[in-house]
Design a protein around this ligand. Structure first.
Ligand SMILES: [Ca+2]
Length: 405
């Protein structure tokens, strides 16, 4: 008797194989040697979270642009530490406008002993408003915030609306301690002010390098007559700072003008080559040629002008052709990242993605790929947690934990 063949077991097997194949691709589409990424939303409903930092006890400090500094303690409790009314320490001079407000946050490398927290914020303490780097102390229970000292109080702020945008534009705002030299690096912006990035007497359009009191770091090689707190100059609007594992090389991730987002390895005293001031014979609205041309030939103002500044800092990577709002960046560290270990993760705002850059020994980018499977969100902050996971703050109000599995 001929045995009857049922299609049901075959169909079941097919569906089972298809199911596991599908699971294997989700959510990251990992290739051999690449990690799969598991994403967890650990906070949501926040108002423009801008930056975060982890304490050794597991607490996560984070900023909201228009409200101030918060902590999510290791037990999940959230407290408002500093900023508008209701915070443990209120700041009457704090305000938010345009791209400015409470931006970067960094913890002292010796936080466990000295409990010092640093934030970058807009202040109207003086008639001419500025961005400031403010130092605070917070007690071990995250209830008492005290000892406010404004260690840098003279970072330029865009005072009013212009043809190029609103007040508060291009304020920079990322602050990071280098684990290699121990200094605090501070990213500032050009304020839509043409001469500012190449003006060595003012702090806009720069990367600053200071000690914990805000004084110039030793080894800042700013040209003679310049402000000694300047580490590099000639920047547009640096949004990310990262330190390469192993060498400590500092990188700036910089928001471009409609073309040319840049990732640049920095060296002390270097000129980033951005000069949006009009050259002789050129006229630009409000004296700012950042979106047009600063030169008689009509070339778009370059992010790195190697014709006028042949010794300018060379970018490692240029998101050529279409600025997509480069924002934060951080190196992935740890063997759990597999093939991604040592890559530079770069977040994009309008581009709504995270790119991974592979760098050679000379800090130049040899390959770029996208972390697959993530929702399209404006990526505002990227930080490695003490657990080795990558934490992401989005403009949409969420904080994610990206774990490699
Ligand atoms: Ca540049």
């Amino acid at each position: 008797m001929k045995r009857k063949t049922s299609v049901l077991p075959m169909l079941f097997t097919f569906l089972l194989v298809a199911f596991y194949a599908h699971c294997g691709r989700e959510p990251s589409g990992a290739a051999a040697g690449e990690p799969r990424i598991h994403r967890t939303v650990i906070m949501s409903g926040l108002s423009n979270p801008w930056d975060l930092a982890f304490a050794p006890d597991g607490a996560m400090l984070f900023t909201e642009k228009c409200r101030g500094l918060f902590v999510r303690a290791s037990d999940g409790t959230v407290r408002h530490l500093f900023g508008i009314r209701g915070a443990a320490l209120e700041a009457d001079d704090f305000f938010c406008q345009g791209q400015s407000g409470m931006l970067g946050v960094a913890l002292d490398p010796a936080f466990a002993e000295n409990r010092r927290v640093f934030v970058y914020m807009a202040s109207q303490a003086n008639r001419v408003r500025t961005n400031r780097v403010v130092r605070l102390t917070v007690d071990e229970t995250y209830v008492v915030v005290a000892d406010r000292i404004d260690i840098i109080d003279d970072i330029p702020f865009k005072q009013s609306f212009s043809r190029w945008g609103r007040a508060g534009a291009h304020s920079g705002g990322r602050i990071r301690f280098s684990p290699y030299d121990g200094f605090l690096y501070v990213a500032t912006g050009d304020n839509h002010d043409g001469p500012l990035p190449q003006d060595l007497s003012r702090l806009g359009g720069k990367v600053l390098r200071v000690n914990r009191d805000g004084l110039a770091a030793s080894g800042n090689a700013v040209p003679a007559g310049g402000d000694p707190r300047i580490f590099t100059y000639g920047h547009r609007n640096v949004q990310g700072l990262a330190f390469r594992p192993g060498t400590g090389q500092v990188f700036a991730c910089e928001h471009g003008p409609g073309h040319d987002d840049e990732v640049t390895p920095l060296s002390s005293g270097g000129n980033g080559g951005w000069d949006p001031a009009p050259m002789p014979g050129v006229s630009c609205w409000h004296g700012y040629c950042g979106y047009t041309s600063n030169n008689p030939e009509g070339r778009p103002t370059p992010m790195t002008d190697l014709i006028r500044f042949p010794d300018a800092l060379k970018p490692s990577w240029n998101n050529r052709g279409d600025s997509e709002g480069m924002g934060p960046c951080v190196f992935l560290e740890g063997l759990h990242w597999q093939d991604w270990e040592g890559r530079l993760a770069v977040g994009f705002l309008r581009g709504a993605r995270i790119e991974l850059l592979t760098l050679d020994a000379a800090d130049m980018t040899t390959d770029a790929s996208i972390i697959p499977g993530l929702p399209s969100q404006r990526m505002r902050s990227l930080v490695l947690g003490p657990d080795g996971a990558l934490y992401v703050a989005t403009d949409g109000g969420e904080i994610w934990r990206l774990e490699s599995i």
